[in-house]
Write a new protein. Structure first.
Length: 407
C-alpha cells in the first residue's frame, strides 16, 4: 500500500500454524480463526492494527484447516477495490514444488510472487494470533530513519520469564540487535533494566531487498529450519542490519494508561483463558471499547442480548443474540449463547450458540461453539470427573471442542 505521502508497504500476515497447544479449539480450524472476546477472531487484531495504520494491501498466508479462516477474511475484510486495496487469504500453492510450507520463512519464499506483483518499498511481516493494539507506522518511522534491513518489535518482559520467548539482545546503542536467543534460561538483561529482557513479538518490518535476498540465501541452507525468528533474524543479526523496536514506545490513539503496551500470545489454553479474564473487569487490562483504534470484525445479523426474569450478568461480556435467564459472572459470551433458568456460569468463555441448560453449573471452562450442557449437568465442579471426560489444561482450564457432548 502506498501510504499517504509516504513509502509503499505490503502487509504479510503469517496464519499457517497448526495451533496444537490450543486443542481442542483448533481441532477443526486454524488458530487465527479461533473466536476471541465474544465477537472477534484472533486474526482480527493484527488486521485491524495494519488497516488502522493505512497499510491496506495485505496477504494472509494460510495452510492448515484454513476454511473458516479463509471464509472470515473474505467475507469480513472487504477493502476498496477502486483504490486497489485488499485483504486476501493466500493458501499454500506449492509454487516451488509439491510440498507444504516447511517454516514461516519458507511460506514467504513460496509466496514471493505477491512481492514481485506489488513491488513495495517495505514489507510488514506480522503474526496472526496475538491480542494487542499497535500502530505499525511508528515502527516504520524508526525503521526508515535507522536504515536497518529489518526491525523487530520487542516487548519488555521479566527476565525470569525469558525461557518462554525468543529473546532479543540489543547492543550498547539500545537498538541494534546483537543476538537473538531462542527461549534462553539465563539471557543478559537490558541495559539499565537488570530484571527485564526484550521478547520478540513476532512482528517484523523489512526493507524489501533485504528480505528477498535473505529468504533466497536461507532456502539454500539444508540445515535451516526456514523460520523467520529462528533463521532469518539470526542471519541478518550476524550482518549487523537488524534493529529492535521497543513496543513500550508505541502509543495508540484512545489507549488508557492501564492498557498501554498490552500484548498477549494466546498460544495455550491457559493464556487464552487468562487473556479473556483481562477483558471483563470494570477497568479491563485490555479495553475493547477504544473507538479511536477499533478492532474490526463481522458481527452478523442478530438481535440485541436479552435478559429475562432473574437473568443477570456481572463483570461479563455478553454478545448479540444471547438470552440470559440464569446467572453469569466474570465470563465472555459469544453470539447466540443461551443460559437457562437456575443455571450458573462463572469465569468461563462460551463460544457461539452454546446452550447452558436449566440448573446447570459451568465454572472455569472454555466451551467451543454448539456445545449443549444438559439441565443439571456440571463442568468445573468435580475436577476428577472433568479430567476423565474433557481436556484440562495445566492451569486447570476445562475445554470442550466444537459440539462436544457433555456427560
Amino acid at each position: 500500500m502506498v501510504m499517504r505521502g509516504g513509502p509503499s508497504v505490503l502487509g504479510i500476515v503469517l496464519a499457517g500454524g497448526e495451533g496444537k497447544r490450543l486443542m481442542p479449539l483448533t481441532a477443526d480450524r486454524a488458530k487465527p480463526a479461533v473466536t476471541f472476546g465474544g465477537m472477534y477472531r484472533l486474526v482480527d487484531f493484527v488486521l485491524s492494527n495494519l488497516v488502522n495504520a493505512d497499510i491496506l494491501r495485505i496477504c494472509v498466508l494460510t495452510q492448515y484447516k484454513s476454511h473458516s479462516l479463509d471464509r472470515h477474511v473474505t467475507t469480513t475484510w472487504r477493502m476498496s477495490s477502486l483504490l486497489g486495496n485488499y485483504v486476501t487469504p493466500v493458501p499454500a500453492q506449492q509454487r516451488l514444488g509439491p510440498r507444504w510450507y516447511s517454516g514461516s520463512a519458507d511460506a514467504i519464499l513460496q509466496s514471493l510472487n505477491l512481492v514481485h506483483d506489488e513491488q513495495p518499498d517495505f514489507i510488514a511481516v506480522f503474526g496472526a494470533d496475538h491480542v494487542y493494539r499497535m500502530d505499525p507506522r511508528q515502527m516504520l518511522t524508526q525503521h526508515i530513519e535507522s536504515g536497518a534491513g529489518v526491525t523487530v518489535a520487542g516487548i519488555r518482559v521479566p527476565r525470569a520469564e525469558a525461557s518462554a520467548f525468543g529473546i532479543i539482545t540489543p547492543a550498547r546503542d539500545g537498538t541494534r540487535v546483537e543476538a537473538f536467543l531462542e527461549k534462553p534460561s539465563d539471557p543478559p538483561p537490558l541495559p539499565g533494566s537488570p530484571n527485564q529482557v526484550f521478547a520478540s513479538m513476532g512482528n517484523y518490518l523489512f526493507t524489501t531487498k533485504t528480505l528477498v535476498d535473505a529468504l533466497k540465501e536461507d532456502a539454500e541452507d539444508d540445515n535451516s529450519a526456514h523460520d523467520m525468528g529462528g533463521s532469518i533474524l539470526p542471519l541478518l543479526t550476524e550482518r549487523g542490519v537488524a534493529q529492535v523496536y521497543d513496543f513500550d514506545g508505541n502509543h495508540v490513539p484512545g489507549e488508557t494508561e492501564r492498557d498501554h503496551g498490552y500484548w498477549r500470545d494466546v498460544g495455550t489454553l491457559d493464556t487464552y483463558y487468562d487473556a479473556h479474564m483481562d477483558l471483563v473487569s470494570d477497568r479491563p487490562a485490555f479495553n475493547l471499547d477504544n473507538r479511536r483504534w477499533p478492532i474490526y470484525t463481522h458481527a452478523g445479523q442478530l438481535p440485541p442480548a436479552r435478559f429475562c426474569a432473574a437473568g443477570i450478568a456481572s463483570e461479563s461480556i455478553v454478545s448479540p443474540g444471547c438470552v440470559i435467564r440464569g446467572q453469569v459472572t466474570r465470563s465472555v459470551l459469544s453470539p447466540g449463547v443461551s443460559v437457562e433458568d437456575g443455571a450458573v456460569v462463572q469465569g468461563s468463555v462460551l463460544h457461539d450458540n452454546v446452550r447452558i441448560g436449566r440448573g446447570a453449573v459451568v465454572r472455569g471452562a472454555v466451551l467451543d461453539k454448539n456445545v449443549e450442557v444438559p439441565a443439571g449437568a456440571t463442568i468445573g465442579v468435580n475436577p476428577g470427573r472433568d479430567a476423565e471426560l474433557y481436556t484440562v489444561s495445566k492451569g486447570g482450564v476445562i475445554a470442550l471442542g466444537k459440539g462436544q457432548a457433555v456427560r
